[in-house]
Design a protein around this ligand. Structure first.
Ligand SMILES: [Zn+2]
Ligand SMILES: [Zn+2]
Length: 360
């Protein structure tokens, strides 16, 4: 005999209002938990979007914080992850920020929010029960009508279908609706205080209901096309947008592994000065002048790179700081044409980080 059958038989035989009320609350236990966790995740996501410095702006602001963190940690592998898998890097950065926030603010923000959502939901369920009782009394209805009304009134609040409660056989139950409301109130407090206890003892949120995905959706549904020269990501907030791709700050081209033309040397050019130069670049379709890069067609034709003499000091510091790592990673030497200009070597980490503050 399946548990549902036992359950139906049990209900069929049940004559007491108390048992009927307990059964309803057992059926609501999981939907209540899910609703509380989901609402709390939404509340936390919106709180983080105002309180958390990395998440309280647009994607460029987030990227600035990612670059700052990378510079502070000075971990070359993390840089390579950011450069070669930017979308995954953004996602894991957001997950880390959420973890830190939840741990830091667990008792001052997460728990109070959960408590508030639990209380609100309890009130709504009790209101639905009370209104259903009134509805039954006005219409001289029976338990069946009460269940139908109760289910409908909660359908916006809880994720459960009428089917969940349909299994509650109630033909021969004699229900005292006043007592039923008291039973439900009592059962609800025990369900909700259990949620509360579980969270206090876990000291963290269930991963399935954390705000990570909401924030990732917010920040990562955008254009991720890379500059064909330096690999910087287009900053347009719309995926598959019309018009050209563009980015405010291009990088030192060698960072993503591109060589100088006709050499195995690291390329120290930055796109914005490259497109103003008389240099050439090579694609599978042949040789093209950099100052007419769009002629190369394909992704080159879809990028707007305007000549500019401003260069973000950040990437210059990065090349100097990680010269050996870059040479090992790309199996090339940073010499000859690709030699690092002496000016770059004077930049300190602090200069790199400050240049982000000025530019982003
Ligand atoms: Zn570029
Ligand atoms: Zn784009």
């Amino acid at each position: 005999m399946s548990s549902d059958h036992i359950f139906q038989k049990f209900c069929h035989e049940a004559t007491s209002t108390a048992i009927f009320g307990e059964i309803i609350c057992q059926k609501l236990k999981e939907p209540i938990e899910q609703s509380v966790y989901k609402k709390t995740a939404r509340d936390l996501a919106s709180e983080m979007r105002t309180e958390c410095p990395s998440l309280n702006g647009n994607r460029s602001n987030l990227e600035k914080h990612i670059l700052e963190t990378l510079a502070e940690e000075e971990d070359f592998d993390k840089y390579m992850d950011y450069i070669h898998n930017p979308r995954d890097h953004f996602k894991s950065f957001i997950r880390d920020e959420v973890s830190i926030y939840i741990t830091d603010k667990f008792s001052v923000s997460v728990l109070p929010k959960m408590k508030e959502n639990i209380e609100l939901l309890q009130q709504k369920i009790m209101k639905a029960a009370h209104e259903s009782t009134e509805h039954v009394q006005e219409n001289r209805g029976d338990v069946g009508l009460w269940l139908k009304s109760f289910t409908q009134r909660l359908s916006d609040e809880l994720i459960f279908s009428e089917k969940d409660l349909c299994g509650v056989k109630h033909d021969d139950i004699d229900v005292d609706f006043k007592i039923l409301e008291d039973v439900i109130r009592k059962e609800l407090s025990s369900i909700t205080s259990n949620i509360h206890k579980t969270n206090i003892s876990n000291k963290k949120m269930d991963f399935r209901f954390r705000p990570d995905e909401l924030l990732i959706d917010h920040f990562c549904q955008c254009c991720w096309v890379h500059c064909p020269f330096c690999g910087a990501t287009c900053t347009n907030a719309i995926e598959n947008h019309h018009g050209d791709h563009s980015v405010a700050f291009h990088r030192v081209i060698g960072i993503k592994g591109s060589h100088c033309f006709l050499s195995q040397n690291f390329c120290v050019d930055i796109c914005t000065n490259l497109v103003a130069s008389d240099k050439d670049f090579l694609t599978l379709d042949g040789l093209f002048p950099c100052n007419e890069y769009r002629k190369a067609g394909g992704v080159y034709a879809k990028w707007s790179i305007t000549p500019d003499c401003f260069e973000l000091p950040y990437w210059k510091w990065f090349v100097c700081r990680f010269q050996k790592d870059l040479e090992n990673h790309y199996k090339e030497k940073i010499v000859g044409k690709g030699e690092i200009p002496n000016q770059w070597k004077k930049l300190r980490k602090q200069d790199a980080i400050e240049s982000l503050d000025k530019c982003f």
